[in-house]
Design a protein around this ligand. Structure first.
Ligand SMILES: [Zn+2]
Length: 125
């Protein structure tokens, strides 16, 4: 099983390693749900949290396929206005996800596609 945790970071505000991606402090301690989502463990503060909490998908009101599409456009360097028009969301939404995803947009996109094989008719891992 290939667990690439480099796009995740600890979500505990009080953790010395909060927000540090690819820092080596996270490991997978469990899997849950029908998509076998990972429960991550931070050895710096002993916190456990869902992998989704560290991604733009978490707590999102957008359907996952829109998030994936949106991130794909951001990763390709498509401008905010064009992305909003192409994906069918507001510019504010694009800006918000763009900020969240940052340089990790491409990696997040790949990860999100892998999260949701049933929504895309493929991408089985
Ligand atoms: Zn931590």
């Amino acid at each position: 099983m290939d667990d690439d945790l480099s796009i995740f970071c600890c979500q505990n505000l009080d953790c010395p390693d909060y927000g540090k991606r690819d820092h080596g402090n996270l490991s997978v301690c469990a899997r849950y749900g029908k998509h076998r989502r990972r429960l991550l463990y931070c050895k710096s503060c002993q916190a456990r949290f869902s992998e989704r909490k560290g991604t733009p998908l978490f707590d999102s009101r957008l359907p996952p396929d829109k998030v994936v599409s949106l991130l794909a456009h951001i990763a390709e360097g498509v401008g905010v206005r064009s992305t909003a028009r192409l994906v069918g969301v507001t510019k504010d939404t694009v800006a918000r996800y763009g900020l969240l995803a940052g340089d990790h947009a491409a990696a997040l996109h790949d990860e999100l596609v892998a999260f949701s094989p049933q929504d895309h008719g493929g991408a089985v891992r």
